[in-house]
Design a protein around this ligand. Structure first.
Ligand code: MG
Length: 339
């Protein structure tokens, strides 16, 4: 197999703010894998929180080329030949391999995996801002999205006010993501108030590995989901004592293959399963959408946050991100009109 890779810069429609970061663009690595005249594509979104960058991901893919061999169906062998690091780069390779398999067999990836095409509706992210601003932004999208995810963790004592402002703007189901920015005391204080406002669950209230995790799980009136605490299969069992569910992202797991393993492990432990994403084009989102039916909650709005999605193909239908009924990942790059 021949592999080429490049860095692509995605432009956001609006500045995206969370507790630790604000940005207008996001860099991803895109991989092209050719075999016998057929080409598979995949995208990975490096997470700087874990010391990954577009440059380090690109380097990993270039170095990995020789380890890929010449059988796109030999996923097990390929996986064990790759160095266990740079998970976004690995997710791009994994997606390109699945895209290639689908195109070679004429089958969409979700069918190749034996899964249903359609998963639960996606949430729309209301990025962190002042309470009124978040309420206004929620009101603007309330007829388009069936659930909203609020970014919290501003450390200004106004996180509950943010949720209240959004609650007043819409009756849509709400979830919140604190991105590790609460202390145990703040979480114990806020979560009962969020429960009263009808928030369905809270993502990563405490820093990853915080010793208060088990106590918070026992005390919380709403389910706790962990994201920064849970990357790959080996993390799932340890999350059962601190959370009611896990947030799987391909950029953390290293791709579809590990994501499926994680979903099954979570079920065996009685945990809920959420599927998340980074800021990604339709190429990255299409890979995650293939496994959405395994999950209880889906947060795949990455490509919808862009000014322009250069890889259309995933259909946003009645609140659900539906993968195409076409071979492989079912997306195609849209080359911009030079005029
Ligand atoms: Mg999160």
């Amino acid at each position: 197999m021949d592999v080429t890779a490049r860095i692509a810069t995605l432009e956001l429609a609006e500045t995206f703010v969370i507790a630790r970061d604000a940005r207008d663009t996001a860099e991803v690595v895109q991989v092209e894998l050719s075999y016998d005249g057929t080409t598979g594509f995949g995208e990975g979104a490096p997470i700087d929180r874990y010391n990954e960058s577009a440059e380090s991901a690109l380097q990993y893919v270039e170095d990995a080329a020789a380890a890929l061999g010449d059988d796109p169906f030999a996923l097990d062998e390929i996986e064990y030949g790759l160095e266990p690091r740079e998970w976004a780069a690995r997710s791009a390779l994994d997606a390109a391999l699945h895209d290639l398999q689908g195109k070679l067999t004429g089958v969409p990836v979700w069918r190749l995996l034996g899964l249903r095409r359609q998963g639960p509706p996606t949430s729309w992210t209301i990025w962190l801002g002042d309470p009124d601003d978040m309420g206004n932004r929620a009101a603007r999208v309330a007829d388009r999205f069936l659930r909203l995810k609020l970014k919290l963790g501003a450390r200004d004592g106004r996180d509950v006010d943010r949720v209240r402002a959004v609650r007043e703007a819409t009756a849509a189901p709400l979830q919140v993501d604190v991105n590790e920015y609460w202390t145990l005391d703040e979480a114990l204080d806020c979560l009962p108030q969020l429960a009263e406002l009808g928030v369905e669950y809270c993502e990563q209230p405490l820093p990853a590995g915080d010793p208060g995790g088990a106590r918070l799980k026992a005390a919380s009136p709403i389910p706790i989901y962990v994201d920064e605490d849970c990357h790959r299969l080996a993390d799932v069992a340890g999350c059962a004592e601190r959370a009611h569910g896990i947030n799987i992202k391909l950029a953390k797991s290293g791709g579809i293959r590990e994501a499926v393993r994680m979903a099954h492990a979570a079920r065996a432990l009685g945990l809920g399963v959420m599927l998340g994403c980074m800021i990604e084009s339709g190429l990255g989102i299409s890979a995650a959408a293939q496994v959405a039916s395994l999950c209880d909650h889906v947060d795949l709005d990455g490509n919808l946050l862009l000014a322009n999605d250069p890889w259309p193909g995933v259909e946003f239908l009645d609140g659900v991100q539906v993968p195409a009924d076409e071979p492989g990942l079912g997306v195609r790059e849209e080359v911009p009109d030079p005029r």
